[in-house]
Design a protein around this ligand. Sequence first.
Ligand code: URA
Length: 228
Amino acid sequence: MDADSRLRSLTDNLACRRRLGLTRVAGSRQEMDELLSLVLPAGPFASGRSLAQIRAWMGECTRCPLHQGRKKIVFGAGPEDARLMFIGEGPGAQEDQQGEPFVGPAGKLLERMLAAVGLARAEVYITNIVKCRPPNNRDPRAEEAAACRPFLEAQVRAVAPRAICTLGRPAAHALLGGDASMGRLRGRWSQALGVPLLPTYHPAYLLRTPQAKAQAYADLKALVRALR
Ligand code: URA
């Protein structure tokens, strides 16, 4: 049974008990943990969720207006035990169609850059600060990023990468706060959610500004060194 069906069956079961006048439930520790992981909002209990549980918790999300224009939720892709996590800003047109992050031209460039520093796309986890495409690829609004934040935080806890790399300004600002330019932020280590974080340029920016690629390569090499 998938997580949504399990949650529905648990909810039906509890409603039935309430109709019968039962106000206490007894269950195994495992059943209670499972129930908590399906229904609790982010918080101390959120740690320990698997990526599949986080995806189930998100469901067919309508928590912010971005859901109105999306075709597919772009949750994230990559192994649960990835050592490196990339966080972009939000899905573009192709990502929205396919439900996968960074599959358009910017994603292809990211993939080539990863290969150049000896990393396969399949070994890194990639997600975005918002999981639904903003209209006309505008930057995600603060309230949209806030609505998606519990899922992003839970993804970081589930993957527990050795390092995070934010791609572009909206992602860096979402994780680090402030409003510094990418010129100031890129290539400087800091920390978010207890994980070392290095911001670099967004690959879409690099497609428009190839002269910045050398700096982005330097950032990727620094990330690879940090994984050793
Ligand atoms: N740009 C992003 O920030 N994320 C994607 O998934 C694709 C393009």
